[in-house]
Design a protein around this ligand. Structure first.
Ligand code: NAD
Length: 438
């Protein structure tokens, strides 16, 4: 394929070298003449393992050319990869200056081009940039339409500096955010041979997932480092602890707990986070990330409260009350906290949970509910019918399929549901449903 690459920093230079190695004809474009001269001379503009030899080899193969002329590069190629920098602006926002200027140039080049062209944005871009910001610029400057005369798409880059050639050849996966088959097919030809999943998604999801990955990596590093600070203060070997943590591939290093939902609660997580924060305080160790998890959880709970308030009715029915489906444990259940907040504001509550029977509650579970919902006896109903029939807004906090089906059968026009569990996509409720943040 004839490929132009815009921006020859870490991402662009490595992509140029690897694509030329794989037999493609590659034109590198940059505004920095020094980088272009280095590449033209078979030298690498970035320090990366393997790049010295690879640049020499691909320059000698005649498969690489360089230019500062963006329009010339687009006219001479079928597909363009955009790898220009998107650094932080002073206020923390993304500085899109380079990609915005480039979009204008690309639009003007496309105006002169009669063959279709695919533009792949590989720079990290805040969600919505390709469709809401770059596409209008390119369409305006070219006088042509995305999806007809040219095809825009977004393919996040996952290489890591220091191991970028190895990462190029073995990425965790290839994600293509594309609206048109033309863009997807071209990228499949370019990257489909790599030993990983090749996934197609919306452009926005592809943009967002790149941020999500980097945020998750930062979160993991900080988790390990905060754990190490506390371990060190306590005389515990942090490497031993983290190694053990990583050996649990069922709950720790897994998909577990990574699905959006309602706030967490229960008899363990909140109390153990509090104890950890207290322990750190007694040893003068600052753990800002761990110490703010409960505050973030509270924000999630308040979001649900705001949704119920915004629903506009004071007759609220809860379907589900325990901290998770399938247990009667009410200790620190976020649904109990939500009920407390609503009762405090004078809401009329009816509650149904198939697992919760007042007479059967014992010990700490019983005393927790007596303390937090002392009048629970008047609100708790043994049958779902009375709760649903007497409520205008239903808060769904149980993800039991049987419970959701039973609810679906009882709902009547005029009612609405606030979904805290994400009702499965195949289950349709006969009334308006609002997800918590979905
Ligand atoms: N560095 C990484 O490990 C990495 C990994 C994944 C994603 N990314 C993302 O990829 C993008 C590029 O990162 P990088 O580290 O390679 O950046 P970089 O700063 O090393 O290189 C960017 C290059 O773009 C050039 N440039 C600027 N404006 C241009 C224009 N109008 N036309 C042509 N070239 C232009 C610059 O001269 C520079 O050489 C960023 O959005 C970054 O967030 C980087």
């Amino acid at each position: 394929m004839k490929i132009s690459i815009f921006g020859l920093g870490y991402v662009g230079a490595v992509s140029l070298a690897c694509l030329a190695r794989d037999g493609h004809q590659v034109t590198g474009v940059d505004i920095d003449r020094t980088k272009l001269d280095l590449i033209a001379a078979g030298k690498t503009p970035v320090v990366e393992e393997g790049m010295v030899d690879l640049m020499q080899q691909v320059a000698a193969s005649g498969k690489v050319s360089v230019t500062t002329d963006a329009e010339e590069a687009m006219l001479g190629t079928d597909i363009s990869l955009v790898c220009v920098g998107t650094p932080s602006a002073a206020n923390g926002s993304q500085d899109q200056g380079a990609v915005l200027r480039l979009a204008g140039q690309m639009g003007r080049a496309l105006k002169r081009k009669s063959q279709p062209h695919v533009v792949v944005f590989r720079s990290t871009l805040v969600p919505g940039t390709v469709e809401d910001v770059l596409r209008p610029i390119i369409e305006r400057e070219s006088g042509k339409k995305d999806g007809e005369h040219f095809h825009l798409c977004f393919q996040p880059e996952f290489l890591r500096e220091g191991s970028s050639i190895r990462d190029y050849d073995k990425p965790p996966f290839t994600i293509v955010g594309a609206n048109s088959d033309a863009a997807y097919t071209q990228l499949e030809q370019l990257f489909g041979h790599l030993p990983c999943k090749f996934l197609r998604t919306s452009v926005r999801a592809a943009e967002m997932m790149k941020y999500c990955c980097n945020n998750f990596h930062a979160l993991k590093i900080t988790f390990a480092n905060e754990t190490a600070r506390l371990c060190h203060a306590l005389g515990v070997d942090a490497f031993e602890v983290m190694d053990l943590v990583c050996q649990d591939t069922q709950l720790n290093i897994s998909r577990a707990y990574l699905k959006p939902g309602f706030a967490f609660g229960g008899s363990c997580l909140p109390k153990d986070l509090r104890a950890t924060a207290y322990l750190a305080k007694t040893r003068d160790v600052e753990l800002p990330m761990l110490a703010h998890i409960l505050a973030s959880n509270q924000n999630h709970l308040e979001l649900a409260f705001d949704k119920v308030v915004a629903a506009g009715s004071r007759k609220v029915g809860f379907v589900g009350l325990s901290f998770k489906t399938g247990t009667d444990d009410l200790r620190e259940s976020p649904l109990v906290s939500l009920a407390e907040l609503l009762i405090g504001k004078g809401y009329e509550l009816r509650i149904y949970d198939p697992e919760v029977h007042l007479a059967r509650l014992l010990g700490a579970n019983k005393s927790f509910i007596e303390q937090h919902l002392p009048h629970i006896g008047q609100m708790l109903h043994a049958e779902m019918d009375t709760v649903v029939a007497g409520s205008e807004v239903i808060v769904l906090g149980s993800n039991s399929p049987a419970v959701i089906d039973a609810l679906a059968a009882r709902l009547k026009p005029g009612q609405q549901v606030i979904d805290l569990v994400r009702i499965p996509s195949g289950t349709a409720l006969p009334v308006p449903v609002q997800g918590l943040c979905w």
